[in-house]
Design a protein around this ligand. Structure first.
Ligand SMILES: NC(=O)c1ccc[n+]([C@@H]2O[C@H](COP(=O)([O-])OP(=O)(O)OC[C@H]3O[C@@H](n4cnc5c(N)ncnc54)[C@H](OP(=O)(O)O)[C@@H]3O)[C@@H](O)[C@H]2O)c1
Length: 279
């Protein structure tokens, strides 16, 4: 009995001092002490990103347009032992964006990570029938707000000596989806925005990367995955013959924000189950 106890103690000691297990512990908590803002994070991919960042030790600041959704998301994250704060923020409204950043700096002391995840799609139909209002709305929320949010956080990241921005685009950026022309174009613009900002922000030790999810099971895409004919059509393009889950995007976002991705910037990672992504 005594011998077994001694052996167990020695195995434990060796695990604690072993450089490989040490590294594993370090990488699990590799975002400890970081503050992460995730927009549109009370559901779907944004919420999954908040969970992935939080489980790696970051303090996450969640937001969306509705207070009830924010409260629910904060409670969920806290029930998973994640440090979480939240506020409402419609990313299309300038005062909301500023309030989100100010609240984060006041409550959390700074900003290290921004996940720009919010997007809208108010229009289904032929692109040639889409109106100026549709284009204004889509470009304002999906593209302009992603840039303006980044512009707002950069001075705070600079104060911390660097940071990481991840922008959520879509497989539609590469292959415009039928009836989703303006939305698809806005997602292509985000690939350009990522590349345009990366060189300037690298000088401040801020990395900017992008994720292009395929079809992921969320409310946003329910019109696609609830329609069996559409799913069957998609499956023809997929190597992995199923719809993706939000967690499968959240983990990639957390990876891009971590030290493991320290040599990546200006990059778009497609997470599509194998759909070919080329412009
Ligand atoms: N699901 C897919 O298949 C898929 C594929 C490729 C890319 N994406 C992209 O992934 C991102 C997230 O989509 P999702 O599928 O995760 O959507 P989702 O599950 O429907 O969640 C949308 C979230 O956005 C919030 N929201 C909506 N409009 C907002 C606004 N103007 N400002 C702030 N928050 C807002 C919603 O909360 P409130 O209602 O409280 O505002 C909710 O938290 C989008 O950029 C989308 O284009 C999705």
């Amino acid at each position: 009995m005594q011998r077994a106890k001694v052996m167990l103690r020695s195995v434990y000691r060796s695990l604690m001092t072993n450089p490989v297990s040490g590294l594993r512990r370090m990488s699990q908590s590799s975002l400890a002490g970081k503050v992460a803002i995730v927009t549109a994070s009370t559901d779907g991919i944004g919420l999954a990103a908040a969970q992935a960042l939080g489980h790696r030790g970051a303090h996450v600041v969640v937001s969306s347009r509705r207070q009830a959704n924010v409260d629910k998301a904060v409670s969920l994250l806290q029930s998973e032992n994640i440090q979480a704060t939240g506020t409402t923020c419609n990313v299309g409204i300038s005062e909301d964006r500023e309030r989100l950043i100010n609240m984060t700096v006041e409550k959390c002391g700074g900003v290290d990570i921004l996940v720009s995840n919010a997007a809208v799609n108010p229009y289904f139909g032929n692109i040639m029938d889409s109106t100026e209002e549709v284009w204004d709305k889509i470009l304002s929320v999906n593209v302009k707000a992603a840039f303006l949010m980044t512009k707002l956080v950069v001075p705070h990241m600079e104060k911390r000596g660097g940071g990481s921005v991840v922008i959520v685009s879509s497989v539609a950026a590469y292959q415009p989806m039928q009836a989703l022309g303006p939305y698809s174009v806005s997602k292509t613009a985000l690939l350009g925005l990522t590349r345009a900002m990366a060189p300037e922000l690298a000088q401040l030790n801020i990395r900017v990367n992008c994720v292009a999810p395929g079809v992921i099971k969320t409310r946003f895409s329910s019109a696609l995955w609830q329609n069996e004919d559409v799913v069957d059509e998609f499956k023809k393009q997929l190597c992995i013959k199923r719809i993706g889950e939000p967690e499968e995007i959240g983990g990639v976002i957390a990876f891009l924000c971590s030290k493991e991705a320290s040599y990546m910037t200006g990059e778009t990672v497609s997470v599509t189950g194998g759909i070919s992504c080329r412009l």
